[in-house]
Ligand binder design. Structure first.
Ligand code: FAQ
Length: 314
């Protein structure tokens, strides 16, 4: 009996791998290996948590944006990030996991979120740097994910990338206007880039040699490119954009190579990356506390919604 089950499972797994090899898209009701499901839940829920925590650094500037139109566009951007979190939680739920359970894992400190959102936003220029660099990095990563093997995730990425493109342009425009301003404004823009450049490169994850999940995720075409390849792609498209508006990058090894038609660059501080990912970055505690407080403050709303639903829909 056991042998039959194993043979059957091997057969299914082979059929699944063949589908992946043919470039077919896997849908929620299709058979999938448990490990594929688990990996997707891990990665997609971390992505959703990142979008939600990602509202905090920018939310910090809504009341201090320099004009009404800047305030309105920042507010819309932050709302977009909330929407992205919700799409991705919904897409994750198609894998048979409940959103409340995922939120609880996050609040208990058992699920990660992107390291980038543990850095503070100290000036208005940081809002420009986040749009240009952080959304720019997210677009490079997510454009690849829009072609991933899991249907609900790839479709969520398509829509999200369209919105991230607006954010990217908005951020770049903020910095380019500051770079045409006073010496003080230029200095502010440069300082923001100096602080956000390396953390943006860390968003792509550890180097390929130290990325335990990559092999499996690439085999299943969840990831179509390695962490290092996407990081390089981001550098190659971002450096000329920065130079075009007079910005420099805090990396004295950064240099264009005519041979590779690509930029050579320095070393990421992996000790810093590890510290931030393990909860010891500049704002980790503050971010977790903000999410816990929001959860507690929203408790009565959820209870009221449940009571209303029980009264009217049961
Ligand atoms: N921060 O084996 P790998 C955004 C963890 S959304 C924290 O290489 P994998 C929009 C990783 O989880 C930004 N942890 O992992 C926005 C794993 O830990 P685990 C979020 C990180 O999955 C813009 C361990 O290290 N985007 O920006 C990080 O193959 C502006 C080993 O790493 C996504 O989540 C990190 N940077 O590759 C919002 C995209 N890197 O779980 C507001 C989807 C790695 O084994 C404002 N995710 N780790 O304990 C991915 O593409 C992948 O999951 C990677 C990591 C590339 C992030």
């Amino acid at each position: 009996m056991e042998a039959t089950v194993t043979a059957d499972m091997l057969e299914r797994e082979k059929a699944f791998n063949d589908r992946i090899a043919r470039g077919e898209v896997i849908e929620p009701k299709d058979w999938m290996p448990e490990r594929y499901r688990k990996q997707l839940i891990r990665m997609m829920s971390q992505h959703a948590h990142s979008e939600i925590v990602g509202m905090l650094p920018e939310g910090n500037w809504i009341t201090r944006a320099p004009s009404l139109s800047r305030k309105a566009s920042l507010l819309a951007k932050v709302q977009d990030e909330a929407g992205h979190g919700l799409y991705i939680y919904s897409a994750t739920e198609t894998l048979g996991v409940d959103r409340l359970e995922l939120t609880q894992q996050f609040l208990d400190g058992n699920a990660k979120y992107s390291s980038i959102f543990n850095y503070p936003t100290l000036s208005w220029a940081d809002i420009g740097a986040i749009g240009w660099l952080v959304d720019g990095a997210a677009i490079v990563n997510q454009t690849a994910l829009a072609k991933c093997s899991y249907g609900p995730y790839s479709r969520a990425m398509l829509r999200i990338c369209k919105e991230e493109n607006f954010h990217h342009k908005q951020g770049y425009q903020i910095l380019s206007i500051m770079m045409q301003g006073t010496a003080e404004q230029k200095e502010m823009a440069q300082d923001a880039v100096n602080r956000f450049w390396w953390p943006s490169l860390m968003m792509f994850g550890p180097s390929d040699a130290n990325s335990p999940n990559s092999e499996e995720l690439m085999r299943w075409k969840v990831k179509l490119h390695s962490n290092d390849d996407l990081r390089q792609r981001f550098i190659d498209r971002t450096v000329p954009q920065g130079e075009a508006i007079g910005l420099t990058f805090p990396d004295d090894k950064l240099k264009y190579s005519e041979t590779t038609r690509s930029y050579e660059w320095g070393q990421i501080n992996w000790d810093e990356f590890k510290a931030v990912v393990s909860g010891n970055g500049p704002c980790n505690k503050q971010r977790m506390q903000a999410r816990k407080t929001a959860e507690e403050n929203g408790q009565w709303v959820r209870a009221a919604a449940e009571a209303y639903a029980a009264k009217h829909y049961n």
